[in-house]
Design a protein around this ligand. Sequence first.
Ligand code: PAF
Length: 288
Amino acid sequence: MMIVRTAAELEAITARERRNGHSIGFVPTMGALHAGHISLVERAVADNAFTVVSVFVNPTQFNNPTDLATYPRDEEADIRLLARAGTDLVFMPSVEEVYPGGLEGRKRHEFALGSAAEVMEGKFRPGHFQGVAEVVSRLFELVRPDRAYFGEKDFQQIAVIRNMVASEGIKVDIVACPIKRADDGLALSSRNALLTPEQRAIAPEIHRTLAESVKYAADHSVRATHDTVVEQLDAVPGLEVEYFEIVDARTLQPVEEWDEAPWIVGCITVYCGNVRLIDNICYKQEPC
Ligand code: PAF
């Protein structure tokens, strides 16, 4: 596995692969890798002749400086896991390689991300999706992948990236991959590493409550289902729901009736102590 730290070297290698007729799969990550990330890498390796993974904690998508400072990092472990998963190239750049001119001097661009970017994470983390669009579009420019792989835990992020790709006219297939969970149901996330043992013990309540709510939803309204999930989770000492929205999965806009859209998901963010965990559940539709 090649370890590349400069944009110029990454561009040269991916250009050579393209010239050789090799398809390129790309998995952007912020490191602290877990089995969820590795499942994306394995899918990319299976689908493409050459797989690139980036490990870059992108400062422009953090609206909270403490969140950025405490974001888990473990470069050596990431390299080991990526090599074992069959990655061809890992890109581990500095901020200056990704943003020529540095964070202050970089060229800025307002991305058209649509109304999907204005709700939920967009509302609670102002600027977050502009930062995600900025880094993902820059990485796409360097790698020029045929396919890029994202986990459905960040359900809204996938919709926003699809909008960004369409509005910027970028040619890439966005491949959405299923959430990976621990045996007790907790969605795998780099942030799980920040949980104390006590917090880790209560965190699976999030998925348990969401899964239970699918049965409840069969004979209750959207509003009642919403309120039950929020009440149950807020009643667990140590958990606090930031938002829970039941939305049309294609537009991310809230629904009021189950027959309002063919595909409906519930998206949630819960604070477990000061660790922000996100998850989602499908209420309706074939991809569930
Ligand atoms: O999902 C993430 O880890 C990040 O938002 C991404 C897509 C790697 C961009 O920094």
